[in-house]
Design a protein around this ligand. Structure first.
Ligand code: FAD
Ligand code: UDP
Length: 400
């Protein structure tokens, strides 16, 4: 027992030392300062250091790496996602194999149920959804297609997030599954949002109840944070956590900046604030083995304040006597989680992007810096492409 206690103590000590270590700056001058240790910043830092031999300083104002993909063990020993559920999926072999350098994977196909009229029904809407909701007996794709065709209300030009859904499934299913959820999530009616938002969720006539149909669907076997730690573990990369990059003083100098924070903040909001939607996360451990049949249950009704509930053991495959869950409450104020896709916001972003283009010594990449509603794989793809362009400009080899 004494030995076990000693080993436990040593482990703890090691963990504390590791957490404190990144504050050491090994250089006074860096080739590149990367602002943000999320997917955008970490991929850029890894490529610049390992691919082009650059000396890189990564600065993040949060006390951890991985940005919004950050995960950690909670008190119950369950791997939870601090900033809401992150499910990895991609169709790109290049992106998948790049990330595979830093992690093993656990096969996982995401399934989501929506609570509608007292039932838990598959979302995306599929044949099972229709059969259960209407007590119907649609036997095949053709029957479901005919059923939806009778409900759909064609819209001449599909422009908004309302048009997309109403034209595919009609007003009733739109109201039951999309209207309330979207109003809660964005604080806007679907008619005020770009069509791209609800177009993320398809409509199906088969019984496929997976949330995504991408070729590669996996979770990092030891979690996202571990994957980021491996990515950033390089003699050319220094890491400064819990520090806003504007706090770097004159004792540190650099040639180039890669900025992955909000672009309007970078420019001091000089054209006004770009709207970002926020969320409040309520993390809980419940004294029961399971809460729900799948990892995520959506609550589209406006009579429920939260949008969805995530139960992590479904994602991790862990077994434990208790279960950890997260409720998501949309919020106007708070950390910037979502750019809000609508024409006036895009127009404002374009004004900032024009300033960014003139900034020769700064590169903008990622979901906040390019104001795009990107998934993780898209951010990785964007960062890899940005790195290649940068390496070409710098005249350094862009090694694989
Ligand atoms: P971030 O992860 O936001 O990283 C930016 C970093 O910059 C932050 O850590 C921030 O602290 C830091 N920073 C900003 N300003 C400064 C400053 N001035 N000084 C220092 N540091 C600064 N994608 C999927 O593929 N699948 C999913 O299931 C999924 N689920 C999601 C669920 C939620 C609730 C959210 C919000 C997003 C989800 N995403 C998902 C999207 C995914 O989170 C993003 O695509 C990805 O994390 C973006 O990476 P990034 O590096 O661009 O930005
Ligand atoms: N959506 C909805 N009902 C649902 C699921 C999604 O209305 O049950 C809409 C909502 O506007 C949401 C958008 O579709 O913001 C995109 O959903 P997704 O699950 O991709 O959102 P994310 O995981 O990015 O928060």
């Amino acid at each position: 027992a004494a030995m076990a206690a000693l080993i436990g103590e040593l482990r703890l000590e090691k963990a504390t030392a590791a957490a404190a270590a990144p504050a050491v700056l090994r250089s006074r001058h860096y080739d590149v300062v990367v602002v943000g240790a999320g997917f955008a910043g970490s991929v850029m830092a890894e490529r610049l250091a390992r691919g082009s031999g650059k000396r890189v300083l990564v600065v993040d104002r949060r006390p951890h790496v991985a940005g919004n993909a950050y995960d950690r063990l909670d008190e119950a020993g369950i791997l939870i996602h601090q900033y809401g559920p992150h499910i990895f999926h991609t169709n790109s072999p290049e992106i998948f194999s790049y990330l595979s350098r830093f992690t093993e994977w656990r096969p996982y196909e995401h399934r989501v149920l929506a609570e509608v009229r007292g039932q838990l029904l598959p979302i995306p809407i599929n044949r099972t959804t229709l059969n259960k909701l209407y007590g119907a007996d649609l036997a095949d794709d053709a029957a479901a297609e005919a059923f939806l065709k009778a409900k759909a209300e064609p819209v001449e030009t599909i422009r908004t997030s309302k048009d997309v859904v109403v034209s595919a499934v009609g007003r009733e299913l739109y109201e039951l599954f999309f209207e309330g959820y979207t109003r809660k999530q964005w604080g806007l009616d679907p008619s005020e949002l770009d069509k791209a938002v609800t177009a993320r969720v398809p409509t199906r006539t088969n019984a496929d109840d997976r949330y995504f149909t991408d070729r590669f669907q996996f979770m990092p076997a030891e979690g996202y944070t571990r994957m980021f730690e491996r990515m950033l573990d390089h003699p050319n990369i220094d890491l400064l956590l819990g520090v806003d990059w504007t706090e770097l003083d004159g004792s540190t100098t650099w040639d180039h900046v890669v900025f992955t924070g909000p672009i309007d903040e970078y420019f001091g909001h000089r054209f006004g604030k770009l709207p970002y939607r926020s969320l409040a996360f309520q993390h809980e451990t419940l004294d029961r083995e399971w809460l729900q049949p799948v990892a995520v249950v959506n609550y589209p009704s406006e009579s429920t304040p939260h949008t969805r509930v995530t139960e992590y053991k479904h994602l991790t495959g862990q077994s434990a006597p208790r279960t950890s869950v997260t409720y998501e409450y949309p919020a106007e104020e708070g950390d910037p989680y979502y750019p809000i896709p609508r024409p006036e916001n895009q127009a404002l972003y374009k004004r900032y992007a024009a300033l960014a283009d003139q900034q020769e010594d700064t590169t903008f990449v990622g979901r906040l810096a390019t104001y795009r509603y990107y998934n993780m794989d898209q951010v990785v793809g964007q960062a890899l492409a940005t790195y290649r362009r940068m390496a070409e400009r710098m005249g350094t080899p862009a090694e694989a």
